[in-house]
Design a protein around this ligand. Structure first.
Ligand SMILES: *[C@@H]1O[C@H](CO)[C@@H](O)[C@H](O)[C@H]1NC(C)=O
Ligand SMILES: *[C@@H]1O[C@H](CO)[C@@H](O)[C@H](O)[C@H]1NC(C)=O
Ligand SMILES: *[C@@H]1O[C@H](CO)[C@@H](O)[C@H](O)[C@H]1NC(C)=O
Length: 436
């Protein structure tokens, strides 16, 4: 309390500064078996969806295996590494998708068809994750978001798909570390929260804006109206956080992740309130990336996953900001040898203040920098560039590197599919020639 009062007194004279962590897509797998191979996603139960091959592995991957979701040991390793870097960050932002893929399916397949019991196991995922952060960071504010794999049903309305009781559970589970979560949470899992150093974090539930969303339009409209009001009511120092970013996903031959309508509304609101916004953060893609927005200098910054399920290395970021300068250090855990690696954005890319427009220009013009960016995006070293291409660009593009590069670069530059296609045409006709 005392510290808070002093901070308040100093507030008028101090400009903003701080340090915080961002991580996403934990996909903690409550049914992880360290002695099973990735062919069954490290489960000892065959799933109806996906490869139903049960194969024991000769090694016991207690702390995580490529192409499987995360065991609790991996979540612990990540949290303790963060603690080593900063034991009292201003806050920790976790951008959604806490549940492992196939969680509901898994328990049904095991013959345990008791839905209520299955739901309890889903809830235990959140309790276990929360308990890691309570143990490692008992003093820090931890801000959790909802992703598309965070309910009993993916991409559904939180009210219809999961029920109020589920939101009540999350609210009670999270509020101890998160602090005052406002009651909009009960409308669909979105809320805003203040940090001790008076940043306002607007936590969207961007499932409602996804083209895959299956709930009522009215609920999506309500959230957008709430977002508009939240931005209008904020004086300054806003961070916008969400799970699914609005722009282009390069997976499945590229697609726009939000519907046109919400993409346009979001962009317009950011343009109107740009002076107040410090950062916009997202996850979902499992690799690090960014999206430039038209007519504003604030990019959407996308984070790689903790889960190594796409063959990526797990990781997180540590952000610092001082007045008009910001930077991050990106950490990756090399899963084979359990070695941590890191880079500082400003050093590796020789760019100040997370200026992603400059970074984009540099990636287009400098193939060395592009290769560096690509390998780091999935948590690998430059030496692993070929593997990184494969992970990042799916198998669709690996036979056509130029197409892959164009797709990746256009996904950074354009958030709407129409403009993305125009970018692709231009990019293909004057593609970088000197690929080695
Ligand atoms: C895998 O490991 C678990 C826990 O150590 C053990 O109970 C189980 O029997 C093992 N499964 C197989 C098939 O070896
Ligand atoms: C938006 O904010 C402005 C300035 O703070 C205020 O005058 C206006 O009434 C607000 N609009 C709404 C709809 O709340
Ligand atoms: C930060 O602000 C100062 C003074 O307002 C200015 O001189 C400097 O160029 C700015 N730095 C950046 C990175 O924008």
């Amino acid at each position: 309390m005392m510290v808070f009062l002093i901070q308040l007194l100093l507030w008028g004279s101090l400009k903003v500064k701080g340090n915080f962590f961002v991580l996403t897509d934990l996909h903690y797998d409550i049914a992880y078996e360290p002695n099973y191979s990735s062919k069954s996603y490290c489960h000892s139960i065959a799933l109806s969806e996906g490869p139903a091959i049960l194969e024991k592995s000769i090694d016991k991957a207690i702390s995580g295996r490529y192409y499987c979701d995360s065991p609790i040991d991996l979540i612990n390793k990540v949290a303790w590494k963060m603690k080593e870097i900063d034991s009292i960050p201003d806050f920790i932002l976790i951008l959604g998708d806490h549940l492992a893929h196939h969680t509901m399916e898994l328990f049904a397949e095991s013959g345990n068809l008791n839905l209520e019991e299955t739901k309890e196991l889903v809830k235990k995922t959140y309790v276990d994750i929360d308990s890691v952060f309570k143990t490692v960071f008992p003093e820090s504010q931890v801000i959790y978001l909802i992703g598309n794999n965070d309910g009993y049903v993916d991409y559904e309305s939180f009210i219809d798909g999961q029920g109020e009781e589920y939101l009540e559970f999350l609210y009670n589970n999270w509020k101890e570390l998160t602090g005052e979560i406002d009651t909009s949470f009960y409308e669909g899992g979105y809320y805003s929260v203040f940090t001790d150093n008076r940043l306002k974090i607007i936590c969207l539930n961007s499932n409602y804006f996804s083209y895959k969303f299956e709930g009522s339009k009215q609920e999506s409209n309500n959230q957008m109206a709430w977002f508009k009001q939240e931005l209008n009511d904020s004086e300054e120092n806003v961070i916008i956080a969400m799970h699914i970013p609005p722009g282009i996903s390069i997976y499945n031959k590229a697609q726009q992740l939000w519907t046109d309508e919400y993409l346009e509304k979001f962009t317009e609101l950011v343009q109107v309130h740009k002076e107040k916004i410090l950062f916009i953060f997202a996850g979902h893609l499992h690799f690090s990336s960014f999206e430039l927005l038209p007519d504003v200098d604030i990019p959407i910054i996308i984070h790689k996953s903790v889960s190594p399920i796409y063959g990526n290395n797990p990781g997180f970021r540590y952000y610092t900001y001082r007045d008009n300068f910001s930077d991050y250090i990106d950490y990756s855990l090399e899963l084979k040898n359990f070695k941590w690696d890191s880079y500082r954005f400003s050093q590796l890319f020789e760019i100040d203040s997370l200026n992603m427009k400059s970074l984009y220009k540099s990636l287009v013009n400098d193939y060395g920098k592009l290769k560096n960016y690509i390998s780091k995006a999935v948590g690998f070293d430059l030496a692993d560039i070929e593997k990184s291409w494969k992970i990042l660009l799916d198998m669709d593009y690996t036979s056509d590197k130029e197409l892959g590069i164009a797709t990746f670069l256009c996904s950074l530059l354009e958030i709407s599919y129409d403009k993305f296609q125009i970018c692709m045409e231009k990019m293909n006709s004057n593609m970088i020639n000197n690929l080695d």
